[in-house]
Ligand binder design. Structure first.
Ligand code: NAP
Ligand code: ZN
Ligand code: ZN
Length: 391
């Protein structure tokens, strides 16, 4: 059953309620009757199909659940594509701790708006919309007020592996449809190819946000560590911002692709001489690596006042020696995705620069194999699930 199956069931449920006593238009008045029909439609849960991990580390499998009815400020999105982020794998395997199951991962969602609540202004039926890593936040704290919902003091509501305001588990984009408040939807510029756009909503904004925040641009030398989903977006965006980009990779085979993406240099981190020949060369390093590695070695590649930006989230803590920082007044900073306003800015920036993600499109049924390939670094550079091909 797809999203339209849900609508079918809704009609059915409506019929049963009518048959059980709702008075028709003649006795109750047309307006009252129409209002009641509208209310019933709003109140009916939406059966949805997806793929879920039923417990930590389990293979993903078909899973049926219900989305809430579309509220006045919400839209129902029929999901067309959803990217596979390495964070999906970390969480489905509970590598960061605290995960809840069943888990339907997926936070790089693009789809068609198929229904909107009566108060919705941001999107219209038939338009394409996006959903990123969070679907709500407190809306009133200092962070939310500044458009930094990802740093919400009460905690943003994650698109999956979270709890919505009613305490219900949130389920992500490896599914046929999703209901989201319009304030947390993104408008997708028409010129962006849809398959390559989902990954902008996590990989794109996670690299765009710190590069913008730290003012990376013309005249700067930027190193990108790890050429995966985030890394290849960092190369494209860093280059579009005017920086001179070097890729530092533990896979020798990615040189050609790094150059094609816009890097002027490529160096293998498995070679010791990389760390001597590139010492003190960079103004900024953005580290996207998903596995534990030695930050100290990378600090030595920064100039005086250089900045190491951490966006990768390995599952183990790492030790940092003080000398690597104090001797050249270097700094290590972190960054988490981006707020809704900045994500919209990033989408428009990508549209202006003709940037989308390089993707390999797969059907839902291949998700477990895709996870293994991401871990092996065997994807150029993002898997995207085609939900139109059926679950
Ligand atoms: P990915 O596509 O798997 O890319 C990670 C890259 O890291 C790989 O392509 C590989 O690049 C490198 N790498 C992997 N294993 C390595 C190892 N053992 N030693 C050295 N390098 C290794 O993953 P992703 O989706 O880009 O995500 C990367 C990380 O960012 C994950 O930890 C994810 O959870 C995190 N993340 C953070 C945020 C945030 O807001 N901060 C948002 C999204 C994701 P090379 O082959 O080129 O070395
Ligand atoms: Zn992600
Ligand atoms: Zn908040």
């Amino acid at each position: 059953m797809g999203w339209d199956g849900g609508l079918d069931r809704r009609r059915q449920v409506g019929y049963i309620i009518l048959a059980n006593g709702l008075k028709g238009p003649k006795s109750s008045g047309t307006q009252k009757y129409t209002n009641r029909l509208k209310q019933m439609e709003r109140e009916t849960m939406l059966p949805t199909r997806g793929y879920a991990a039923l417990q930590a580390g389990a293979a993903l499998e078909p899973f049926t659940f219900e989305r809430r009815p579309v509220g006045p400020h919400e839209a129902l999105i029929r999901i067309r594509y959803c990217g596979i982020c390495h964070s999906d794998i970390h969480q489905a395997r509970d590598e960061w701790g605290g995960a809840t199951f069943p888990m339907v991962p997926g936070h790089e969602i693009v789809g068609t708006v198929v229904k909107v609540g009566e108060a919705v202004k941001k999107v219209r039926e038939g338009e394409i919309a996006g959903v990123g890593c969070f679907v709500d936040s407190c809306r009133t704290c200092a962070s939310c007020s500044q458009g930094l919902e990802q740093y919400c003091e009460k905690g943003m509501i994650l698109t999956y592996n979270g709890r919505d305001k009613n305490g219900e588990p949130t389920y992500g984009g490896y599914s046929t449809q999703i209901v989201v408040d319009e304030n947390y939807l993104l408008q997708i510029p028409k010129t962006l190819a849809l398959e390559g756009t989902g990954p902008l909503l996590c990989a794109g904004i996670t690299t765009y946000s710190p590069l913008r925040h730290w003012g990376v641009g013309k005249g700067h030398k930027l190193a990108v560590v790890g050429l995966g989903g985030l890394g290849h977006m960092a190369v494209k965006i860093g280059r579009a911002l005017g920086a001179d980009v070097t890729v530092l990779s533990h896979s020798g085979g990615k040189r050609k692709e790094a150059e094609r993406l816009g890097a002027t240099e490529f160096a293998e981190t498995g070679h010791k001489e990389t760390f001597t020949s590139l010492a003190r060369k960079f103004d900024f390093i953005i580290d996207t690596v998903s596995a534990p590695h030695d930050f100290n070695a990378y600090l030595e590649l920064l100039k005086t006042d250089g900045t190491l930006i951490l966006v990768g989230v390995p599952d183990q803590p790492m030790q940092i020696g003080a000398f690597g920082l104090i001797l050249q007044r270097r700094r290590i900073v972190g960054s988490l995705i981006g707020g809704i306003r900045e994500t919209q800015e990033m989408l428009d920036f990508c549209a202006d620069h003709g940037i989308t993600s390089d993707v390999e499109v797969i059907p839902m049924q291949q998700v477990n194999e895709a996870y293994e390939r991401v871990i092996r670094g065997d994807v150029r550079f993002r898997f995207v699930i085609d939900l139109d091909s059926g679950i």
